[in-house]
Design a protein around this ligand. Structure first.
Ligand SMILES: [Mg+2]
Length: 114
């Protein structure tokens, strides 16, 4: 079985597409970016003000939905998005202390450090 069929990201993408279609909305880049910025600001605000974790998770889900809107308005389809998610997972899994180091609030490639 294709594991992509069980992917919550796929369900969110398809659910968002159905939601937009129900309202006759075709995602436009400017609107999508504006919505994404608004939801990102809300997530950051929730986290920085110490909101309860349920509220932070709710805002994070809003960020995911609006990121999908940015993808849709830019022509990114669900398979490409899922492939890129797994590419990031595999890339991060391959990073070790030999290749990367945590410094200045970020995990960085050792070779990028001066
Ligand atoms: Mg929100």
């Amino acid at each position: 079985m294709d594991t992509r069929q069980q992917d919550s990201l796929r369900e969110l993408f398809l659910g968002t597409a159905a939601f937009y279609e129900r309202f006759g909305y075709v995602p436009q880049l400017a609107d999508s970016v504006s919505n994404f910025r608004e939801e990102t600001r809300e997530l950051i605000e929730a986290a920085e003000t110490g909101s309860d974790v349920a509220h932070i998770a709710e805002e994070a889900a809003d960020v995911f939905v609006t990121a999908i809107g940015v993808c849709m308005s830019s022509g990114v389809d669900i398979d490409l998005l899922i492939d890129q998610v797994y590419a990031v997972i595999h890339k991060n899994n391959a990073k070790t202390h030999a290749t990367h180091i945590y410094t200045d609030g970020k995990i960085r490639r050792r070779s990028s450090l001066k």
